[in-house]
Design a protein around this ligand. Sequence first.
Ligand SMILES: Nc1nc2c(c(=O)[nH]1)N[C@H]1C(S)=C(S)[C@@H](COP(=O)(O)OP(=O)(O)OC[C@H]3O[C@@H](n4cnc5c(=O)[nH]c(N)nc54)[C@H](O)[C@@H]3O)O[C@H]1N2
Ligand SMILES: Nc1nc2c(c(=O)[nH]1)N[C@H]1C(S)=C(S)[C@@H](COP(=O)(O)OP(=O)(O)OC[C@H]3O[C@@H](n4cnc5c(=O)[nH]c(N)nc54)[C@H](O)[C@@H]3O)O[C@H]1N2
Ligand code: SF4
Ligand SMILES: [Mo]
Length: 738
Amino acid sequence: MEKNSKEHKHYRTCNLCEAMCGVEITLTDNKITSIRGDKDDPFSQGHICPKAVALQDLYNDKDRLKHPVRRTQNGWQRIGWDEAFDEVAKHLKSVQSHYGNSAVGVYIGNPTVHNYGSMLFGPLFFASLHTRNRFSSTSVDQLTHHLVGYFMFGHQFLLPVPDLERTEFMLILGANPAVSNGSMLTAPDMAGKLKAIRGRGGRVILIDPRRTETARVVDEHIFIRPGTDVFLLLAFLHVIFAENLANLDRLASFTDGLNTIKQLVKDFSPEKVTSITGVAATKIEELAKAFAQAKAAVCYGRMGVSTQEFGAVCQWLINVLNIVTGNLDRVGGALFTLPAFDPVDAPEFLAPKGSYGRFYSRVRKLPEFAGELPSVAMAEEILTPGKNQIKALVTSAGNPVLSTPNGQQLDKAFASLEFMVSIDFYINETTRHANIILPPTSSLEHDNYDVGFNLLAIKNVAKYSPTLFEPTDDRRHDWQIFLELQTRMESKGLLSKTVASIKKEVMNRLGPAGMLDLGLRVGPYGTKLNPLSNGLTLHKLKESTHGISFGHLEPSLPKRLRTASKCIKLAPEVLVQDLARVKEKLLSKKDDELLLIGRRHLSSNNSWLHNSLRLVKGRSKCVLLINPVDALKRQVVDGQTVAVSSRVGRIELSIEISDEIMPGVVSIPHGWGHNRPNLQLSVAQEHAGVSLNDLTDELAIDAVSGSAAFSGVLVEVKAVSHKVSYSRDLVESLKASD
Ligand SMILES: Nc1nc2c(c(=O)[nH]1)N[C@H]1C(S)=C(S)[C@@H](COP(=O)(O)OP(=O)(O)OC[C@H]3O[C@@H](n4cnc5c(=O)[nH]c(N)nc54)[C@H](O)[C@@H]3O)O[C@H]1N2
Ligand SMILES: Nc1nc2c(c(=O)[nH]1)N[C@H]1C(S)=C(S)[C@@H](COP(=O)(O)OP(=O)(O)OC[C@H]3O[C@@H](n4cnc5c(=O)[nH]c(N)nc54)[C@H](O)[C@@H]3O)O[C@H]1N2
Ligand code: SF4
Ligand SMILES: [Mo]
């Protein structure tokens, strides 16, 4: 290092995925020279994944917008912030006065949850729009968890978290934590933690139509036909009741509905479900018994089961399995967190406890949950004429053209809008349709606190990430953008203008940090507003550079339940009724189908990290995985380009033949497809891939929640060229013989 160069270390939490890894960023002369895992972070203890470097790439990205832009006939034109805010408010108000409040739609994407400014200020702006047409990535992701939490425990944020570090038996359905780093389960180094279960004599079982990266670290991987987990779960419960293994332990005194469950599962013996699931009856029986007899066991299911035809019922039955074996609220089972900033006790307007079916979408009559409608309905709400048709749209931190089913239809819908504004720093497949883009600062230019993921963490922890680079040159944070827009939307006459500007002044002073401080003070470890208490405050948290751990999760029921009866509702009516649909499905099994599922890769993150060269270089990951048996039937060879078609679309991509995918199933990763025109993503465009969601179907949903059913889309695969290539094994053996 040069003599006079100044080195400085900065500590924060990586906010790219849910794992909350502590990072140590070294700066030399104010430039990032390394990003490493922070060994002193009590939660992550030095672990990071290859994506962490994207924090730097994102900050340095030349394609990232830094000023508001307006779309014109001659391309994007830079405009000032005030001009942009005024113009957005003018158009939104005009659409609302012509067509009604719900003519303005809203879509909020996933990074919202990774940014506390958006989490705390977004809801205030969206409320100021008074629209029923609110959508978010929740309904293509974890909606079923919230719905089930609301029905069973009385709050959408009461979400049981597997006690990874103390469990002895973990049954995983439809999750790939070795790649995703865990979801609805915040725990750095998931692969290491799964190995540790086995290391202490425990057992880990994985159920997945693909032998994934996670399969490499578990005891046993079992294939399952996509979309059929509901039968497997019912059969597990069948065995548990038939063998008299149900034992609710201390949960018995505050659980309602056990008899209903006992009756419901009678029809689903392992023998009955073996053909539809593809799982041997003897295996189902063995696993059910082992699960029930383990000292501490936990069943956990994620995207593969959350977003399928029976997503809500699957998430419900996973909880039921944990409850009837006494493993909910048990050390080593599934426990609730007690986060320092606790959304379960936050005000309703910030973190509503949930609601279901208070209103329905206009065209398809899909139910609202917690004030939002399912995203699968967004395109039809824009394209179908009538009262309350969406004419203008606000998107924030989302890319629904690539991330929601039937992306092509949504692309068309967005192009037809009278006005669209996007709060985003990229011109991507979605925001290219906006009339105005308002770009917020990037992660390293603002502070952060994980208000969402601390709720899902395997330990009660807290950490504050300070700003690394002070934003220069007239930049705005997400929360500031929301506040400006809210103020303008609320200013309708002279009086409301005055009230709105006073409110703005107060909120501006408070900022997200002020709200966080308040939340920490009134939270479970806080001062409780007692000036003499030495409880937690933001000041204290800031002093703990690497974060604070309050230790393992602890049993908290029945106190933490928010149901009116203070009991767990084991058999909520809406979910019980959905079993009629499940029974119909049991009779409808067809052979010789090809079912499409998705996939994630370690160096990718949904649709938006493909502009980092470090992460995308090398062989394209956007290929179709197909089993050798299915490839042979279609006379296709490794590396060949095929056409994949579904009810809604057709894409072409090359194939990789592999027995890691089960026969009858094919897989394509989501988040690709940067081949649409008018993007400003130079690296991603060079590594475009194709979009899985040009094949997924907006009509394929979980009927209870309206969540997208991504797993198990019926497709056809046909050869389009006959380029002969060689399998990797063959190439390797040729090289070896050289
Ligand atoms: N590297 C990386 N990490 C990420 C992300 C990313 O894009 N890249 N995204 C982040 C986000 S937003 C989320 S929500 C999480 C998701 O986290 P995970 O849910 O752990 O990740 P997925 O890869 O979607 O895993 C779903 C698994 O379900 C399987 N599956 C598909 N259909 C079925 C089915 O019908 N039944 C069963 N049993 N299994 C099925 C798939 O083969 C796949 O292995 O990951 C987060 N982390
Ligand atoms: N077929 C299929 N589809 C899927 C999935 C699947 O497994 N299979 N997974 C689903 C899941 S789990 C998810 S979460 C969704 C994700 O769906 P979305 O949230 O709609 O899409 P992302 O790809 O995460 O895009 C995020 C956008 O936010 C912007 N952004 C990033 N950080 C910030 C920020 O701090 N502020 C603002 N304002 N913008 C920011 C990025 O530039 C990008 O445009 O995709 C879903 N789609
Ligand atoms: S696992 Fe997630 S939080 Fe940890 S470094 Fe990777 S992207 Fe960041
Ligand atoms: Mo997600």
